[in-house]
Design a protein around this ligand. Sequence first.
Ligand code: AMP
Length: 399
Amino acid sequence: MYILVINSGSSSIKVKLFDSRTLDVIASGGADRIGEQGSSIDFKGNRGAYRRELRMTNHSQAIKEIIKALMNTETGALHTINDIKAVGHRCVHGGGRFIDSALIDNDVIAKMEECIPLAPLHNPPNLIGIKEARLLLADTPQVAVFDTAFHQTMPKHAFLYAIPYELYKEHHIRRYGFHGTSFRFVLESMGQLLERSIDQARVIIAHLGNGSSITAVNRGKSVDTSMGMTPVEGLMMGTRSGDLDNGILLYLMNKLGMSVNEVDTMLNKKSGFLGVSGRGNDVRDIIEYAGRGDQRCRLALEICAYRIKKYIGAFAAAMGGLDYLVFTAGIGENSFVMRELICQDLDFLGIKLDPVLNRQTQGTGCDISEKNGQTRVIVVPTNEELMIARDTQRLAGLA
Ligand code: AMP
């Protein structure tokens, strides 16, 4: 019997099928380029690979094709759709309404719909995925797992912006934070990796991927995070600017005549590593070009590392000290260069990298600090889908 985890985005649906008891991955894949030319279904699983190019005009059709692929007689894992005992959905924005994952009913859907203005790009495709899955699997429990839920423990002084208070009361403008599913998974894994409880520890987790955010976790609770009401605030990212003087936006619109859409595109799609380097958004390429002497790529790496350092200092101050600095996601797990740049000169915080361990560690969990480093620096691979599967197993009563 299986748990199906669905991540329904604007033009793709990614899915993973887990054994509902052991949570081993049975198959993974999904639909790409939905509503565009060249849409396709791809799967890899215990019984082989499946690929089919076919026209999929909408998410409804895509989900049906995904289920069909999972039931393919040669490569599929399912005999019937009823083998799916629960469905977990990745949901980006739960606003201030959800402090945990939730068993989906009409009320949960209505609350998610209320959050659409806060995440107009993410919540609508998430909701389409939920509605289509509920049509196909009407009697199967479905669970919504929110990226924002973990950060609902932040105190008011951390989540409020210094703008008129009415904007918070009437329009819910505040910091929400994201990547909560990843932060929760990393915290759980840390305990296992270190074989000791970190319940009382002060932890900073840097989730550094194409989208990046950093979170301060004090005694198991998120107390501050770099992403804000939207995922554009905070660290420098692949194509997102991160923190910016708000006055620049006014300047761009008033003096350079840029439209709201143009500014939006610039902030979300043309900034970050891409904008500074002019080369691309993939940090592997940026490091390679920087090594060959490209000054703008070098600068992009320095800006990124410097900003992460500033957050580490700020969050250590917010928690009155630091016990663990944790790196996760694509860059955090794999790039010893970025970890080295970030941790340079942080000895005053007790952070001392073991250069050999740092260089050796790629994609695996490891303590990469020197023996006498007071603050332990750890690499922990994240796995958001597995966290969603765990929540689904728990809330659907399959544990
Ligand atoms: P994610 O969003 O977590 O999947 O992370 C994807 C990003 O991780 C890619 O865009 C790369 O920039 C980065 N990445 C993956 N592997 C490496 C590596 N070995 N060195 C540097 N960056 C990497």
